[in-house]
Design a protein around this ligand. Structure first.
Ligand SMILES: Nc1ncnc2c1ncn2[C@@H]1O[C@H](COP(=O)(O)OP(=O)(O)OP(=O)(O)O)[C@@H](O)[C@H]1O
Ligand SMILES: [Mg+2]
Length: 226
């Protein structure tokens, strides 16, 4: 895997790495702890992130969360299952030559699709080359087979996906994962739209663990308390 030397603006989404502000790092650690509490007695090994509409911060959230799991010495795998607008390969300066789309079509071996990132303990399966039928592939039994193959190899598998109201890909995936993290970009998405999307996930019997309110401006009295 090649690591970019500076022109990659996407890498700055790894705020917990490139930004020295301890409040940001702490926010992702708190998220990790809250996931643990929200899961109760159920072990969460596969966690999907989704949102209502595009650009709410799914990829940013899941990437930074993955880093906080990795820093706990957990063996972590990030999978880019947003097969329509993949970004994890950009954030981690990796290649999409081999990735999830190849694995789901049996066109490469597992070891060819897993790349190591510059973060110790953090591996990545990129989207792979773009394909014309993501919905069919993500709904196939091959996804379960693949997750079952991967689960014994990692402590935590974090999966990025597409927004619920745009396409149904994330609904298909959500029921195959132990938990779902729902990102809401504060002020960007309408409350009714988010409610509708979360209800549709619940109807599909996804285990929605909680909501991450992203991009909320901190107000002064909050800053004082923390
Ligand atoms: N907490 C945040 N504060 C400031 N900017 C943010 C925050 N979270 C995300 N962003 C910015 O918002 C944009 C969208 O983020 P990101 O790519 O993570 O969203 P996404 O939901 O994965 O989008 P898509 O639907 O295209 O997959 C990026 O430019 C990112 O840097
Ligand atoms: Mg994304």
């Amino acid at each position: 895997m090649s690591v970019s030397t500076g022109k990659n603006k996407y890498k700055y989404r790894l705020v917990s790495h490139y930004n020295s502000n301890p409040i940001i790092t702490e926010a992702y650690r708190t998220l990790r702890t809250n996931i643990q509490f929200a899961s109760g007695n159920h072990e969460i090994k596969t966690l999907l992130v989704t949102s209502t509409i595009p650009n709410e911060g799914k990829s940013t959230t899941i990437s930074n969360l993955a880093m906080t799991y990795a820093e706990m010495n957990k063996k972590v795998l990030l999978i880019d299952a947003d097969l329509r607008r993949p970004t994890l390969h950009r954030i981690f300066s990796s290649s999409t030559r081999f990735g999830l789309s190849n694995l789901l079509t049996n066109q490469c071996k597992l070891e060819d699709a897993i790349t190591e990132t510059f973060v110790p303990n953090l591996s990545l399966i990129t989207s792979g080359p773009l394909i014309s039928n993501p919905y069919e592939l993500l709904g196939s039994n091959r996804v379960e087979e693949l997750l079952n193959q991967l689960k014994p190899l990692y402590d935590m598998i974090l999966i990025d996906s597409s927004p619920v109201l745009a396409v149904s890909d994330s609904q298909l995936l959500s029921v195959k994962c132990d938990g779902v993290l729902y990102v809401i970009n504060y002020g960007k998405v309408k409350r009714a739209a988010a409610q509708k999307a979360i209800t549709s996930l619940s109807h599909a019997e996804a285990n929605v663990l909680g909501v991450v309110i992203n991009n909320k401006k901190r107000i002064d009295h909050e800053a004082a308390y923390y």
